[in-house]
Design a protein around this ligand. Structure first.
Ligand code: NAD
Length: 493
């Protein structure tokens, strides 16, 4: 790990890629338009970036289609694709400090996290999907007679991917690794707040041997580049991670255009249930991680703690002590414990929730916006207790370091409170009672239920939600389902 001064020196020396990446080359947007990307931790402009519009999306989709149809990638064997993607994983590992810096500068996350979690994670996810792809077998159906019915898994064609800013490199990777491993071509639209790591990743993919035109990156705003991708008549499948509201727009775009497949990973309001007989120390340690990691800008953040009334006071005191030990600091300082939020606009939104919370509940700690190094995009870790189920801070996704603690008296009440949400991404349960853990894992409406931990996640397990947290799964062998179709080939002999 570098020192604070070393990270700052490396940041100053970065060579930034700030054009569209189309057909294996950096090119300006066709209109020549550009937009600024800002470091939220200082307010300084990092660079200006090509602002892709509908015409750039169209150009990228045409290039991706040609690359798919001439089989320069889709026609390679799984083993050949594996080799290229393993090389990409190795290149990401060689460039971890640079990729980590790009995300930290773009969206304010701690360099401590981007250099140990995000960038190494991206390398591992590429490696995992690369290694999996030549171990998936097709099927022969049990028809009998003089028939041979093969069920083959084929790539879909051109994938559009639209991703958010909270884990810029990893959210792009979760889509790209299985899509490319399966043999598809991709047009990726990163979030306007954080386009830089995706552009560098595309360049590394080319260096690894990915043929030109297979991966294209068009930076730009959601309402133009994002919408154009969602509505493009020649995109076969649109994969999205982001807010529930925008996810619904992609369903509409698909319905109003070519009925492309749409897979959504959207918002969350995940409950964390603490029973009296839990290891309260461990529960508090992990609950603090679960809500304050990445400034709370995590879709599966445990933003609602539901604690048994018998241990509520004890738990609130433990959480308060942990929250007070986490203080906003320069994200480039490895000693900092909380970075900045992604931008001022999002900080205003989070503070709007905090102000609502002050009216709806009792503030335990935090609740203030913090100015640092010329930026006021920092928010103290904030805890509220005693909000009702109707309170905004209980119902709505805040996407910031804000925790609401409520109490329950028995398991029935805990389940009812936990499930009273439009979201269903993740849930956690803390108990030493095994049958309670299993029964609750059945009853909690969530894509992932973690027991005696929070937000359990790995390349080997599917990640995604139910209800308005979306559908379809990232990660694991199941992620390939989104990027492939089954084709039946029936032969009589
Ligand atoms: P967002 O929905 O505002 O933006 C996500 C992407 O959609 C960006 O690339 C953006 O440019 C694009 N977009 C915005 N408006 C658009 C439009 N009108 N048409 C087409 N594209 C548009 O989300 P965000 O603020 O970047 O990210 C935060 C959200 O992402 C949270 O709700 C969070 O829960 C969610 N998220 C979910 C997961 C998951 O796996 N379920 C993971 C990370 C983040």
């Amino acid at each position: 790990m570098f020192t604070h001064a070393e990270w700052k020196a490396r940041a100053a020396a970065l060579k930034l890629r700030n054009q569209c990446w189309i057909d294996g080359a950096f090119v300006p947007s066709l209109s020549g338009a550009r937009f600024e990307t800002v470091n939220p931790a200082t307010g300084a402009v990092i660079t200006d970036v090509a602002r892709g519009g509908a015409e750039d999306i169209d150009r990228a989709v045409k290039v991706a289609r040609r690359a798919f149809e001439d089989r320069r990638w889709s026609g390679k064997t799984p083993g050949e694709r594996k080799e290229v993607l393993l090389k990409l994983a190795a290149l990401i590992r060689e460039n971890v400090p640079e990729l980590a810096l790009l995300d930290t500068l773009d969206m304010g996350k701690l360099i401590k996290d981007s250099s140990t979690v995000d960038a190494p994670g991206s390398a591992y996810f590429f490696q995992w999907h690369a290694e999996a792809i030549d171990k998936i077998y097709d099927e022969i159906a049990p028809t009998g007679g003089r028939d041979l019915a093969m069920v083959r898994r084929i790539p879909l064609g051109v994938i559009g991917a639209v991703v958010p800013w909270n884990f810029p490199l990893d959210m792009a990777t979760w889509k790209l690794a299985p899509a490319l491993a399966m043999g598809n071509s991709v047009v990726l639209k990163p979030a306007e707040q954080s386009p830089l790591s995706a552009l560098r990743l595309a360049e590394l993919a080319a260096e690894a041997g990915l043929p030109d035109g297979v991966l294209n990156v068009v930076p730009g705003y959601g309402q133009d580049a994002g919408q154009a991708l969602g509505r493009h008549p020649d995109v076969d499948c649109l994969v999205f991670t982001g807010s529930t509201g925008v996810g619904k727009l992609f369903q509409r775009y698909a319905g109003e255009s070519n009925m492309k497949q749409v897979w959504l990973e959207t918002g969350g309001k995940s409950p964390n249930l603490i029973f009296a007989a839990a290891d309260l120390d461990k529960a508090a340690e992990m609950a603090a991680f679960g809500i304050f990691f990445n400034q709370g800008e995590v879709c599966s953040a445990n933003s609602r703690m539901l604690v048994h009334a018998d241990v509520a006071d004890e738990m609130v005191a433990r959480m308060e002590a942990r929250a007070r030990a986490i203080v906003p600091g320069d994200p480039l300082d490895p000693a900092s414990t909380l970075g900045s939020l992604v931008d001022r606009a999002h900080t205003d939104t989070v503070m709007g929730f905090v102000e609502a919370g002050k009216r709806e509940a009792r503030l335990v700690c935090g609740g203030e916006r913090v100015s640092l190094n010329g930026s006021d995009a920092f928010v103290q870790p904030t805890i509220f207790v005693g909000a009702s189920q109707e309170a905004r801070i209980v119902r709505e996704e805040i996407f910031g370091p804000v925790l609401s603690i409520q109490t329950f008296r028995d398991e029935e009440e805990a389940v009812a409170m936990a499930n009273a949400s439009v979201y269903g991404l993740a849930a956690s349960v803390w108990t030493r009672d095994l049958s309670r853990a299993l029964s609750l894992s059945d009853r909690l409406n969530a894509g992932t239920v973690s027991v005696n931990t929070v937000d359990a996640l790995s390349a080997m397990t599917p990640f995604g939600g139910i209800k308005q947290s979306g559908f379809g799964r990232d990660l694991s062998i199941h992620s390939f389902d989104k990027y492939s179709a089954l084709k039946t080939v029936w032969i009589k002999y």
